[in-house]
Structures are given as C-alpha cells and as structure tokens.
Design a protein around this ligand. Structure first.
Ligand code: NAG
Ligand code: NAG
Ligand code: NAG
Ligand code: NAG
Ligand code: NAG
Length: 431
C-alpha cells in the first residue's frame, strides 16, 4: 500500500518534470500576431499538431502563408490536413544558413509524419535539395514526388532547437491524402478492421454506439480494447454486469474531448470520461514514458496501442486491456458489482479516523487531492492496488504517515510530491 502511494506520487513527479522540460517552445505563441500565418496556426491548434511540435526539443516548422494554406485545405478532411502539417514538420534543425550549405547538395530528413506509423517505407522523409540559382526545395522521399515546395523566408530561429521557415507550397506525394475520415467512417467497420470485434459487438448490442455518434459531432476520443484484451484471464465476467453498469463501462472508454496521442502524453491529472458525472467519478489518468502512453483507471493500466482514426474532433485509439473503472471493479477481488447505485465506491471499513492523529500537513495535501470526491467518508481504499488484502485498506494513509515520519528524506520528497500532485490537479482543467 505504502509502496503504491510512493509510486503514484513519483509518477506524478516524473510527469511534472517531463512536462516542464517538454514545453521548451510554443509554436502557437511564436506565430501569434503574424497575420500572414493565421490559417496555418489555427489548423495547427485544431489538429493538435502543435502538441506534437512542442514536445520535440529539435524541430523545424515549414509554414504556409494563408494563400497556400487555403488552397491546401479547400478539399481535405482534417485527418488529411493533419498529415500534411506533419509532413511539413522536420525533426531536425534547419535554419537558412544550413539550408544553403547542404553537404552534397541534398539531404534526407525525418518528419513528424514518419512518427505516426502511417508512413509506409520512407514516405515520412523529406528530401531537401539545393537547386540552381540558390533556391532550396523540398519534396517527399516517396517515388515520383515533385520539388514543388521552395524556401521563401525565415520567420524565427532559436538555434539549435526551433526553426520556423516559410515555404511556398505544401509537400505532398500520391497517396498522402485519403486517410479514413470521421464523416465517411463506419464505426463498427473500422473497429472490426482494427481487431476490436468484441468491443464493436458490445457497443452495438448495448446501444452505446449511438452515444458515441452523438459525441462525435462535438469531440470524442475512443479507447477500443482489442480482442486479446477480452481474452485476458483476470478480466472480470462482463456478462454479470447489469445493463446500466455495462453502459457505464463502455462510456468509460470514451472522452468528451479530442485527445490524440500527443495530447494524451501531456495530459495531467484526472480526465473525465463520458461516464463521469462531474464529481470526480469514472475519471482516468494518463501515465506516459517516452512515446509510450498508458491509461490508469486506479484498478488496471492499459497501453494505448495504435490510432485507428484521427479526424478532428474524433480520434479512435486501440488499447491493450479493458479499462476497469474503480466505481465498478475497485472493491471486491472478484467483482460482483450488484444492482446498487452506479458509481458508488464499495464501502470501506469505517473510520480509522477515530483512532487517527490529527491530519498531518501531508494528509491535508492528500485531502486536497481527493477534494473532487464529494465523499466525506474515510479515505476509500485507494483502488490502485486491487491485490492488497482488504484488511490493509483502511490503514493505508496512516501507514503512509508512519512511514514518512520514520524517514525525513522520504517525507520531504512526499511533501514535494503532494505539492506536485496538487499542481497537477490544478492544471487538469486546462488539458
Ligand atoms: C501556447 O501559446 C498559446 C497562446 O499563443 C496559449 O494559448 C497556449 O496555452 C500555449 N501552450 C502552452 C503549452 O503553453
Ligand atoms: C474537390 O473535390 C471534388 C470532388 O472530389 C472535385 O470535384 C473538385 O474538383 C475538388 N476541388 C478542388 C479545388 O480540388
Ligand atoms: C534528393 O532528390 C534528388 C532528386 O531526385 C536526388 O538526386 C538526391 O539523391 C536525393 N537526395 C537524397 C539525400 O536522397
Ligand atoms: C534548447 O534546448 C536545450 C535543451 O533541450 C535547452 O537547454 C536550451 O536552453 C534551448 N535553447 C533555446 C535557445 O531555447
Ligand atoms: C458497417 O460495417 C459493418 C461491418 O463491417 C456492417 O455490418 C454494417 O452494415 C455497416 N454499416 C453501414 C451503415 O454501412
């Protein structure tokens, strides 16, 4: 129990530090107040490619003027526009000087598009070439791509982290466009093709697919467990759920916001799902490490595997495990979430408070963290460790306090961690 608290705080701490170092630049802010690039900048925000750019420590953005941008977007879905913007983002530093002095007159470089996993072969690479007359041109490394995009001027240079350059035209290649769009998507068809047949069946039979479709108009992030996830040995028997609980479980697999992987990576604190009711229930949190992103329900963790559809404001990810909300599965080791009111945390053994000392500063920090819960009852057994014997549960926080009192150094770290945790909560709404 104590260990899991420490881990949780340390994870938050690491997340905080990662976030602090990752926001070295803010491309949106760089382009703010430059009227010739407003269209490019607004699409960067709408598709959240800005999150992908900001998370890179070394990056070159090839920016289109409003004119070039408007002819690019005239006929494209946001899914395709997103990929076009990614192909214009080079994962290396190129300023004007470097562009004009390429070693053998040309160089191949990687783009954000290559990192999506959609790029076959080296289609996510861009060939930069010095043309005669001092011109610099860009083309996709895909066969048959043309050097239609040329360098026009510098916008901002921060050696050797961020370079922002204006170019004449988008970089494209045959086949770049035509990724699945939400408008044309058959949700069940897409899910089946992505290896999520069981999940597709459940959302149809429960009718939850209609809720997803309504949400898609505004914003929807769907986490679809793959078929392997439903075969997991320790998966509780979902057939035992009441239909109301099954609906809550499936709603729990969706967020009422657009959160592609790059945005999940920088997400902090608890994230409400479609099942959340505003009281901090049915929330998720994100744990990321490098390019790996996992969702933590408090009961289990699930890796975000691949992205099936990304068409602002809808994104569909596959996940490796069924997400088990603690409101349904946090209590008994073998869950039988009875017909009780949906969303109630199974009652913890009453009041360690009676025998407990006055709350230490750290406990106050913790209270703050739990302040979202309307419950004034004793701390519910933190559901992040379902394997802990129930007898341990009520003693959890007090045991922690004892631990920290014994160890001054740990206490200092924990206090800082609690501060970080509160900070994470405070910024959560800005996700
Ligand atoms: C980047 O700057 C814009 C304003 O230009 C602001 O709205 C946004 O929150 C900033 N993003 C980050 C991650 O700081
Ligand atoms: C847009 O797409 C439609 C149908 O796909 C096509 O007829 C039209 O020529 C396209 N317009 C432009 C500007 O590419
Ligand atoms: C870039 O493209 C040009 C023209 O097709 C080619 O000659 C050159 O070898 C390419 N450069 C690299 C580094 O692939
Ligand atoms: C570039 O990034 C490094 C580390 O990521 C950082 O220490 C440095 O201050 C940055 N330089 C600028 C000009 O932002
Ligand atoms: C969507 O796809 C599924 C399976 O691929 C199919 O059974 C269903 O009829 C399709 N729905 C629509 C509206 O095309």
């Amino acid at each position: 129990m104590a260990a899991s608290h420490h881990q949780r705080h340390l994870i938050l701490l690491v997340l905080f530090l990662a976030a602090a170092t990752a926001s070295a630049h803010n491309i949106t802010a760089v382009l703010d107040g430059m009227p010739e690039y407003t269209l490019y900048n607004s699409y960067l925000s709408e598709t959240k490619v800005c999150d992908e750019i900001n998370s890179r420590s070394t990056v070159t953005c090839l920016v289109l003027t409003n004119g070039a941008m408007s002819s690019l977007v005239s006929n494209l879905s946001l899914a395709d526009i997103k990929n076009a913007l990614r192909l214009l983002t080079l994962l290396d530093y190129y300023d004007e000087k470097k562009l004009h002095s390429l070693h053998s007159g040309s160089e191949l470089t990687t783009t954000l598009y290559q990192t999506t996993g959609d790029a076959a072969g080296n289609m996510g690479h861009v060939n930069i070439t010095n043309l005669r007359g001092g011109k610099v041109a860009f083309a996709s490394a895909a066969p048959g791509a043309k050097f239609q995009s040329t360098y026009t001027k510098r916008i901002k240079e921060e050696p050797y982290n961020l370079s922002v350059l204006e170019v004449s035209d988008p970089i494209t290649f045959p086949g770049l466009f035509g990724s699945p769009s939400a408008a044309s998507a058959n949700l069940t068809g897409l899910l089946e093709k992505a290896g999520c047949k069981q999940f597709a069946r459940l959302i149809v039979s429960s009718g939850v697919i209609k809720m997803y479709q309504v949400a898609m108009d505004k914003a929807l992030t769907l986490f679809a467990p793959n078929d392997e996830a439903f075969k997991a040995k320790d998966l509780p028997d979902l057939n035992k759920l009441t239909s109301a609980d099954l609906v809550a479980l499936l709603q729990y697999h969706a967020l009422p916001q657009y959160a592609p992987k790059a945005s999940l990576k920088v997400a902090k604190g608890d994230i409400p799902t479609l099942a959340s009711n505003g009281a901090g229930k049915y929330d998720l949190s994100v744990v990321s490490k490098g390019d790996d992103v996992s969702l933590d329900t408090g009961v289990d963790k699930s890796r975000v595997a691949s992205t099936v559809l990304d068409d602002t404001p809808t994104v569909i990810h596959t996940v490796d495990s069924v997400l088990l909300p603690r409101e349904l599965f946090g209590g008994a080791p073998s869950p039988a979430p009875g017909p009780g009111p949906v969303g109630d945390v199974p009652a913890a053994a009453p009041a360690p408070e009676a025998s407990a000392p006055a709350p230490s500063p750290k406990a106050a920090g913790k209270k703050k963290k739990k302040a979202k819960s309307p419950s004034h009852s004793p701390p519910a057994p933190p559901a992040d460790s379902p394997d802990v014997a129930p007898a341990d549960a009520p003693a959890g926080d007090e045991a922690d306090n004892a631990d920290t009192k014994k160890n001054g150094a740990t206490a200092a770290v924990m206090t800082f961690a609690a501060t970080v945790a509160s900070f994470a909560l405070a910024v959560a709404p800005f996700l």
